[in-house]
Ligand binder design. Structure first.
Ligand SMILES: *Cc1c(COP(=O)(O)O)cnc(C)c1O
Length: 385
């Protein structure tokens, strides 16, 4: 694949990667090609386009651009959703294998891991991913196929010591898979610190406009790449060409969106920390947040997801979601619009996530408008007597 020059900043790469060759009269954007099959005779050449479930030129620009951002030497593999990408990554775990994963992983990832236990006898061990010693102890306790990492975690915002965990896992021969959805490759690039596999819910920040569901998986290892490509082809959880085109269009503004959202999230966290109706706020930007030191050392920013616990408990949290006018009460995250939800409204969410925890996804609206709406909604939860 054409490689982006290594000296270009990620914000530049997001704009330049995956463009058609600059020839006279060429379009500046790749076209959407709608064809399920390709003209072909004889024994196919390596990499030849044959049939769209195996690959299409409409996927390739996005796959090249995401690889350039994650600094992978091999193209990303786009799939029909983040969960399809996670299922692809977990296909690297053999039947009867062992996986160590964060207690506060994305809840559907945890559900998928439980399915693997039932179907394929995979042992699933849950850990506090920010407790490096505890993770290391579990890696040493029994032969482990894969360590799964989310950092920051969804929705608890724990920050893992990723380089230390990669070293510990590789010492015992375990693969390391990282769900990099929350951070985006602008904030952290797990392959650069030795992770074997990275996945994204492209639905979130990468596409960024809450209008597509899409996923991607990356690896730098040719043998793993071949296995992941084989998984995509035989399971068939592929992406539609329009969705991938939209994701590439969204990716062009990733740096602007992430910079703005992170700055706003840090400012809101600072104000929420002293709000009379807030019991606790979690964001790694706060100097006394448990993840602050690590995030400062390992990440290029603090992300734009906040955890907020109102003083009035779960009822007050629900009331906030009904009282907001600007913030959108909805699940999902990473869109241009700010949104929020109480996570434990899902009975499938981890029981160790507090009942009253609101997860806020900060978008790109004006910070004062966001603050005014949130402040008013929080104040409205006070008992009126
Ligand atoms: C949303 C999400 C997923 C799942 O992605 P889909 O595109 O919804 O399938 C996985 N991991 C994290 C961290 C997410 O936020």
């Amino acid at each position: 694949m054409p490689h982006e020059p290594a000296d270009l900043a990620p914000s530049t790469v997001a704009v330049t990667a995956g463009r058609p060759p600059r020839t006279q009269g060429a379009p500046v954007n790749p076209p959407v090609v709608l064809s399920s099959t390709y003209v072909s005779t004889g024994v196919p050449a390596p990499g030849e386009l044959l049939y769209t479930r195996g690959g299409t030129e409409t996927w390739q620009p996005f796959e090249q651009a995401l690889a350039a951002l994650e600094r992978s030497t091999l193209p990303a593999l786009v799939l029909g959703s983040g969960m399809a990408a996670i299922a692809a990554a977990f296909s690297l775990v053999p039947a009867g294998g062992r996986v160590v994963l964060p207690r506060h992983s994305y809840q559907v990832t945890l559900g998928y891991a439980r399915d693997l236990t039932e179907r394929s006898g995979v042992e699933v061990v849950l850990v506090d991913i920010d407790d490096t010693d505890a993770v290391r102890a579990q890696l040493l306790a029994a032969p482990t196929s894969m360590l799964w990492v989310e950092t920051p975690t969804n929705p608890m915002l724990e920050v893992a010591d990723l380089p230390a965990l990669v070293a510990a896992a590789h010492e015992v021969g375990a693969l390391v898979g990282v769900d990099n959805t929350f951070a985006t490759p602008l904030v952290q690039r797990p392959l650069e610190v030795g992770a074997d596999v990275v996945v994204h819910s492209v639905t979130k920040y990468l596409a960024g406009h809450s209008d597509v569901v899409l996923g991607a998986v990356l690896t730098d290892d040719p043998a793993l790449h071949a296995r992941l490509l084989q998984h995509r082809t035989v399971h068939g959880a592929i992406a539609g060409p329009f969705e991938v085109w939209l994701a590439l269009r969204g990716l062009r503004t990733l740096a602007l969106r992430v910079e703005r959202a992170q700055a706003t999230a840090a400012e809101l966290a600072r104000r929420l920390a002293t709000h009379p109706d807030v019991l606790e706020v979690r964001h790694p930007s706060l100097p006394d947040d448990p993840g602050h030191e690590r995030a400062t050392r390992l990440m290029d920013g603090y992300g734009s997801i906040l955890g907020v616990r109102p003083r009035g408990g779960a009822d007050a949290a629900d009331a906030v979601t009904r009282a907001v006018n600007l913030w959108v009460p909805a699940t999902s995250l990473g869109g241009v619009e700010s949104s929020l939800e109480r996570r434990r409204r899902f009975t499938t969410e981890s029981a160790t996530v507090p009942e009253d925890l609101l997860r806020l996804s900060v978008g790109i609206e004006d910070v004062e408008d966001l603050w005014a709406d949130l402040d008013r909604a929080l104040r409205s939860t006070r008992p009126t007597s």
